[in-house]
Design a protein around this ligand. Structure first.
Ligand code: B12
Ligand code: SF4
Length: 648
């Protein structure tokens, strides 16, 4: 049986992907012929110009030649099974690619896996079933091999564990969890299918010392993927290092661990370091992330430095003990301060992540973090600062603490964190980081994202600030416009003011909302939500724009949005969409061309909201008008006068 494993963009492929490499070696070991393709690295040169995930998604969706070409690369291998590795940032592109693969290979079995596909993220699992036959939850090395064996023997896969399956009626069920395997038992990752020349640093490879983390911070999905931290033995990691040097000519590496250093790994890391030093396999290495660990000693860090460690990324997040505690961290101010100094003091470039605007972070607590930066200008070499985003994990662990004020990802409020406060804190933090950068003579850099998710800034000059403030103003304007549209929709009877109304912005919003197109369509049909992005209808409330223009813009956008929220839905959804579009066209036509209907939809609704039950049929509305004895003529005259007045 032939298997192709693929990773679709967008994923910043700074090294070959460990997920595919681990899966390949372990299923090949079970007797299968496997080939890996990293499409995200093929897309890398384009991604840079396409600027990030959303833009990249739009780019790929509008360039079918791209994903059709990727599908051909898969089909050329003539696989029986294709395995896709799914992340939040590539799920939509994977959907396009998978459909193109199915077009070429109708009998292929598609299996999906990856860190997004856990039961807490059912939206992703449902979405992935649009293109997958089987979904595997959790670590794949052993269960994927078992699944392939079962498929090739035409066995009963419902007996296997860790699988999500969909029956003929569309019901989704899980076959159950299985115990985790010791990582030392896995075959070392196989990178032979990846061309080192495709990656930014040619002889750099990823290594993994452990999986998972001992903590359970309330905004981190780590716990949904791994129960706790499991370490490999130092000897096992060292053997892989040696193999990488001899077989791949590796000259640099990164530990891709979630949180490298902890009570679960320190002893093993000592063993590893002793072996590295004894055998002289010293080379530059750095770490994707590690939390603040109280057990750290100067001696331990100095030893790591000797083995080649040159950079560390610390998950400090806040220098306020109270905020750290609320987040679920075990560290406090003193630990964070000590940890940063230990690495910095040993000549290791020390970077940290910072979160501003945590829901309960008070001004005073924010200033504790800010003041640490002001008082310690020389300890860190880099800071990545992000506004807090109340993700699925946070809302699961801390229900009811924050409230979304609209469907815009940035528009939420917590007990101590309002958008206004986040804006102020961003500006203060960005100014301080910019001062540090300027005075550091090249020894300090930063990467800070604003609370509206406009952009990441590596500088914060006057020009950057002006650009940002302008962007914020525009966004706030759009928000006002959207509220105006909402009112217009209410007036024409499209929405009911009895039900909660949510506006969905299909770009740049929490992707999970966007994914569930079926639910969105149902909600729209029940008039609970509206799907709108940008319109220029600020004047609606002021009645200064001709109603025709407003309606045309509005419905044009509405139908376009519905059309664009695509992916590869099944036939039923497509039919529904077509039907819905037809209804919109019908309504647009009525409202634009039929003055009477417009009056009925607009004015009658205002006068007697309860009576407008059906909005698509002007004759029925006429009946209603007769029933309640409304004399239409004066209303029409009034509207005409308004229109003439507006036009003049
Ligand atoms: C290293 C890393 C990076 C590096 C990548 C370097 C590189 N090229 O290797 C860098 C710094 C670039 C990075 C960036 C980002 N990352 Co990152 N990253 C990681 C990290 C720590 C390790 C990835 C890894 O190597 N894992 C080891 C492999 C073996 O594990 P795995 O991928 O989960 O695969 C296993 C299973 O999931 C399963 N599986 C996976 N695929 C498949 C496929 C099939 C068919 C099957 C059956 C099974 C299966 O089997 C595998 C083996 O057991 C993970 C966290 C983690 N521990 O996974 C986050 C993680 C992948 N990153 C994450 C995020 C959010 C990001 C960023 C968006 C962060 C940001 N805000 O900028 C960016 C992405 C930017 C972009 N657009 O690409 C999230 C993804 C969330 C999600 N649900 O999709 C993760 C999970 C961290 C987290 N918990 O939030 N990241
Ligand atoms: S310490 Fe880091 S990796 Fe561990 S749970 Fe917290 S945020 Fe996640």
């Amino acid at each position: 049986m032939k298997i192709v494993l693929a990773l679709a963009p967008v994923w910043e492929s700074t090294t070959p992907p460990l997920s595919l490499a681990f899966l390949k070696s372990n299923i090949a070991n079970a007797g299968f012929d496997v080939f890996c393709i990293d499409f995200s690295v093929q897309f890398r040169p384009i991604m840079v110009s396409a600027m990030g995930d959303v833009a990249a998604e739009e780019y790929i969706a509008s360039h079918p030649e791209l994903y059709k070409n990727w599908a051909k690369q898969i089909a050329n291998q003539n696989p029986d099974v294709v395995g896709f590795s799914i992340l939040m940032s590539n799920i939509k592109n994977t959907a396009l690619l998978a459909q193109a693969v199915r077009d070429l290979l109708p009998n292929v079995t598609i299996v999906s896996g990856g860190p997004s596909l856990t039961r807490e993220n059912m939206k992703y699992i449902k979405y992935a079933f649009r293109f997958s036959d089987v979904i595997l939850e959790g670590e794949g090395e052993i269960p994927f091999a078992e699944l392939l064996k079962c498929l090739s023997a035409k066995g009963d896969i419902t007996k296997l564990k860790q699988l999500w399956l969909k029956d003929e009626k569309g019901n989704i069920s899980y076959t159950g969890t299985a115990p985790l395997h010791p990582i030392d038992n896995f075959i070392f990752p196989d990178f032979r299918d990846f061309d080192p020349n495709d990656y930014p640093v040619k002889n750099k490879l990823p290594l993994l010392f452990s999986r998972g983390c001992i903590l359970n911070c309330n905004y981190c999905e780590n716990k949904w993927n791994h129960l706790t931290q499991r370490s490999r033995s130092g000897k096992n990691v060292f053997d892989e290092l040696k193999r990488n040097v001899t077989e791949y000519g590796m000259k640099e590496y990164i530990f891709n661990d979630d949180s490298l250093i902890s009570s679960k790994t320190m002893r093993q890391m000592e063993d590893y370091s002793d072996l590295v030093l004894a055998e002289g396999l010293v080379m530059p290495w750095h770490v994707y992330g590690t939390r603040v660990e109280r057990l750290l000693t100067d001696q331990f860090v100095a030893k790591l430095r000797k083995t080649g460690m040159y950079r560390v990324s610390l998950g400090i997040e806040s220098f306020s003990s109270k905020v750290q505690k609320e987040m679920g961290k075990s560290s406090r101010y003193d630990d964070a301060d000590k940890c940063a100094r230990l690495f910095g003091g040993n000549g290791i470039k020390t970077e940290t992540w910072i979160i501003y605007g945590y829901p309960t972070e008070t001004d005073a607590e924010f200033f504790e973090t800010l003041n640490w930066f002001i008082k310690n200008p020389k300890v860190l070499s880099h800071v990545t600062a992000n506004t807090f985003g109340p993700n699925a994990k946070y809302q699961h662990d801390k229900p009811g603490v924050i409230r979304y004020l609209s469907n815009n990802a940035w528009n939420w409020s917590g007990p101590e964190s309002t958008l206004e406060k986040r804006k102020q804190r961003f500006l203060l933090l960005a100014d301080v980081l910019e001062d540090l950068r300027k005075s550091s003579q090249g020894n300090f850099t930063f990467h800070i994202g604003d609370p509206y998710y406009v952009k990441y800034f590596n500088t914060f000059t006057r020009q950057d600030k002006r650009f940002l403030l302008d962007s914020w103003e525009k966004l706030e304007g759009t928000y006002v416009e959207k509220n105006a549209v909402k009112k217009l929709l209410l007036n024409i009877g499209w929405l009911s003011d009895k039900k909660p109304v949510t506006m969905i912005d299909t770009h740049g919003v929490d992707e999970t909302d966007e994914l569930n197109t079926d639910d969105n369509l149902n909600l729209i049909e029940k008039h609970e939500i509206s799907l709108i992005t940008t319109t220029t209808i600020k004047e609606v409330l002021l009645d200064t724009t001709p109603i025709e223009t407003i309606i045309e813009t509005l419905f044009h956008n509405l139908s376009r949005e519905l059309y664009e929220v695509q992916g590869l839905e099944d036939e039923a959804v497509n039919q529904k969409k077509l039907l819905y579009r037809a209804k919109i066209d019908e309504l647009t036509h009525l409202l634009v061309n039929d003055l009477e209907a417009r009056v009925l939809h607009g004015i009658i609704y205002r006068e007697n909201p309860k009576l407008i039950i059906k909005r698509f049929d002007s004759s029925e509305a006429n009946e209603i008008a007769k029933d309640i004895k409304i004399d239409l003529l004066p209303k029409i005259r009034k509207l005409e006068t308004e229109l003439i007045h507006a036009k003049s």
